[in-house]
Design a protein around this ligand. Structure first.
Ligand code: PLP
Length: 431
């Protein structure tokens, strides 16, 4: 590869950009340099919304591990941001997806879909819900919930418009879900934003009590604020919010996009808070990597939508529904909720031991296998990089927090290996 198109500092192509002929020649000549080629294509053709990605591309995975084009192995402790619930290349999931793909991938929801109906039944039987709706992502599930909350009152001829969410929340990227997100850094460029959203401090009972009124159609909350540092809700707060919503006749929407499908050690996190929502949204891990979103609702809340109020082309198609059924079955058969509780508690205990030994960790928090490690100084990105160099994929949130959301199959042995290497990494940092 000539000097002009050599990739320097892992990301940028310095010098004058290659024209297409040069680029294709480089591709042929350096086929084995798949990563450099991919980075060139990405730099040239992909909309740059992800900035500097880690300089790695993966060819395949197995269990909790991913393998790169360079032939390196990485333990995946982020699980595609809480998506690869069964890890990589899980035999049951692969068999379900490939078997279904050979028969029927998509046909539209204009027709009855056996796996979609079966998935709705399975989720209803396992939760508070009476009905389910399927879409393709967490944002879409939240979009559906926001629409449902408003139309629920519209259909009753008693319109209410106010939707209360928490500061520091994250609810997605569509216009309504990004407006629901209580962090202006996510929604500032997209004004004018939809009206009627009000933000309150998280875990503050007095604030939510003061905010809910007779125009409030819904309160929408996460049970662990994942994107702002893995902050769990206080159980007393969630109980109070449930009571406040009930008293005001407002719907309680729980955003379990990240905390769903066993991530916190129960199928859904609300089970640990002793309350039931009216609406629950979920996505990420539900089909183990096949895009799917779901909105679970009580019979009463479901009356908010009448025929034509909402829809979807892909949502809950045969492929995605079959994948989700396989994930739920595997979670049951392999007792992965128990594993999530055990390995999550083990990780927290071991990380807390490092915290006691070495002041670089300020706090370890989270539920199940959704864990935040708050560092005492702004070194999260550097530590993430060092983990990467040692063969571990972890996430970082802001400057201080590392996030772990590994596959629910993670073993204690694998967790212990990571903690030991993380401890070594952290000893390099002064307290
Ligand atoms: N809600 C929560 C709590 C999330 O963590 C996310 C994504 O990180 C979303 C919604 C948006 O989900 P998606 O990226 O699938 O649209």
């Amino acid at each position: 590869m000539n000097a002009d198109c050599r990739i320097i500092s892992g990301h940028k192509i310095h010098g004058s950009p290659m024209n297409n002929d040069e680029a294709y020649k480089a591709k042929e000549k350096y086929m084995e340099k798949q990563l450099e080629w991919t980075m060139h294509l990405d730099n040239t053709y992909y909309v740059n919304i992800f900035g500097s990605r880690l300089p790695v591309a993966f060819t395949h995975g197995k269990g909790v591990n991913l393998y790169s084009t360079e032939g390196n192995k990485y333990m995946d402790l982020l699980g595609g941001i809480a998506v690869n619930s069964l890890g990589h290349a899980n035999p049951r999931l692969v068999k379900a997806i490939s078997g279904q793909a050979k028969k029927l991938i998509h046909c539209s929801s204009l027709y009855y879909i056996p796996s979609q109906a079966e998935l709705a039944r399975t989720l209803v039987e396992k939760t508070f819900a009476d009905r389910a709706f399927f879409c393709n992502s967490g944002s879409e599930a939240n979009e559906a919930a926001i629409k449902l909350a408003r139309s629920y009152f519209f259909r009753k001829d008693a319109p209410r418009t106010k939707i209360i969410t928490a500061l520091q929340s994250f609810h997605g990227r569509t216009l309504a879900s990004v407006t629901a997100t209580g962090q202006s850094k996510y929604n500032l460029p997209f004004a004018p934003l939809p009206e009627g959203f009000v933000y309150v401090p998280y875990n503050d009972i007095a604030a939510i009590k003061a905010a809910v009124d007779s125009d409030t159609c819904a309160v929408m909350l996460e049970l662990v604020q994942g994107e702002s540092g893995v902050i769990p809700a206080d159980p007393a707060y969630i109980t109070a919010v449930r009571d406040i919503c009930t008293a005001a006749g407002a719907l309680l929407i729980l955003d379990e996009v990240q905390t769903g499908t066993g991530r916190t050690g129960t199928l859904f996190a609300y089970e640990q808070f002793g309350i039931k929502p009216d609406v629950l949204t979920t996505a990420k891990g539900l089909a183990g990597g096949v895009p799917i979103g779901a909105m679970l609702v009580t019979e009463d809340a479901s009356t908010g939508f009448v025929q034509g109020d909402h829809g979807t082309t892909f949502g809950g198609n045969p492929l995605a529904s079959t994948a989700a059924l396989a994930v739920l079955k595997e979670i049951d058969d392999r007792e992965l909720l128990k594993n999530t509780q055990t390995v999550g508690a083990f990780l927290k205990k071991k990380l807390t031991q490092i915290q006691k030994k070495n002041g670089t960790i300020a706090e370890v928090r989270g539920l199940g296998l959704l864990i935040g490690i708050e560092l005492s100084s702004p070194i999260a990105v550097e530590v993430k990089q060092k983990c990467f160099e040692k063969g571990y994929l972890v996430g970082s949130i802001g400057k201080n927090v590392l996030r772990l959301a590994p596959p629910l199959i993670l073993s204690k042995r694998e967790a212990a290996a990571f903690v030991s290497d993380l401890s070594d990494i952290l000893t390099d940092y002064p307290v």
